[in-house]
Design a protein around this ligand. Structure first.
Ligand SMILES: C[S@@+](CC[C@H](N)C(=O)[O-])C[C@H]1O[C@@H](n2cnc3c(N)ncnc32)[C@H](O)[C@@H]1O
Length: 326
């Protein structure tokens, strides 16, 4: 932003939702899926997606200005970022974009004045989970969005941590189990337990001989005994008091030799823009949780009866906070 006139900085920031919403809507419509290597005009894409041609063309023009799709002589063509909005891309972010744009999540940003004045989101994460239990279609978009968000992260985590020493690995709040399945692929003699809310377990369906499903609520039900507990983007959904309760549940079930692996984006203390600061405000608005600094994780784990051994960055947005029973 260096050199940009201050009114332009504020104008751009105050209207940034326009481009964000175009990403959500274009992802929802599946525009990237119907754009092939030949390129297509906005009219053709509108016919293929059931959109209004004029409106879609204007949205694509805005996105193309940000490098998502490009305008060529034959109409619109893909760019590397727009390819990520395809459903069949191995690192597809379509599901993530749909999740962030779905009304029950987006409305939290309409209501951002509430956390700004009270510290509480319009809907806390427990209420959001209860909403999803009653709205299975939206729950599926949310859970698929989580899996989409973590596709690249899963590879980074399994590259960074050696899971082979563990016989039993519990993924607490593990969503659809993508991380746990990838871990078990690297540890052929280990078995895994996916501990999740009943509506998520129902969505996953059945486990396998090495992956069992445990339906429960980590605030109420005992967690399985395991050699390693993985919690990826679970603690950040909750304020400190609730996060402490989750870690207390892990501590209660954990054998003395167990290891806790918290996979989260850590907040940098450096000034300047950083995705962790954006994610932190997403948590403020959507869940009532927060992103934390390394020392905040150390304090939480210490209070719960664990000792942080090391914090290891992964080749992704996430670090692994490794702790043992104190
Ligand atoms: C932000 S998602 C993270 C999912 C997954 N670990 C990942 O990184 O993709 C948080 C997960 O916690 C689960 N969860 C929320 N409340 C829970 C509870 N009380 N007991 C068990 N799981 C819960 C949700 O269903 C959701 O899948």
């Amino acid at each position: 932003m260096d050199g940009m006139p201050p009114p332009q900085i504020i104008w751009d920031l105050a209207t940034a939702h326009a481009v964000a919403r175009c990403v959500h809507v274009v992802a929802d419509l599946g525009v990237a899926d119907v754009l092939d290597a030949n390129g297509a005009t906005a009219e053709e894409l509108a016919v293929r997606t059931g959109a209004n041609a004029d409106a879609l063309g204007r949205m694509l023009r805005l996105l193309a200005g940000h490098g998502v799709f490009a305008e060529g002589p034959q109409g619109y063509v893909h760019t590397e970022p727009s390819e990520l909005l395809r459903s069949d891309h191995p690192q597809s972010m379509r599901r993530f974009a749909r999740m962030i744009g779905m009304p029950v999540v987006w409305n939290d940003f309409t209501e951002l004045a509430k956390p700004a004045t009270t510290g509480e989101p319009a809907l806390n994460f427990g209420e959001l989970m209860a909403y999803f239990a009653d709205h299975p279609d939206e729950a599926t978009i949310f859970n698929q969005g989580m899996a989409g968000k973590s596709a690249g992260a899963v590879t980074a985590v399994i590259k960074t941590h050696d899971f082979t020493p563990y016989s039993t690995i519990a993924d607490v709040g593990g969503g659809h189990g993508d991380l746990l399945r990838a871990i078990l692929d690297t540890s052929p003699s280990a078995s895994g337990v996916l501990f999740e809310l009943p509506h998520v377990v129902a969505d996953v369906g059945v486990g396998s001989d090495r992956l069992s499903l445990a339906a429960g609520d980590f605030f109420a039900d005992p967690l399985p005994a395991a050699d390693a507990y993985v919690l990826m983007e679970v603690i950040h959904d909750w304020p400190d008091e609730k996060a402490a309760k989750i870690l207390a549940a892990v501590r209660k079930s954990a054998p003395a030799h167990a290891r806790v692996l918290i996979v989260e984006a850590l907040v940098t203390e450096a000034p300047g823009p950083h995705f962790s600061k954006t994610l932190d405000v997403l948590m403020l608005a959507i869940t009532g949780g927060r992103e934390r600094t390394p020392s905040e994780y150390e304090a939480l784990l210490d209070d719960a009866g664990f000792r942080v051994e090391r914090i290891v960055p992964t080749p992704s947005r996430y670090s692994i906070v490794e702790a043992t029973v104190a």
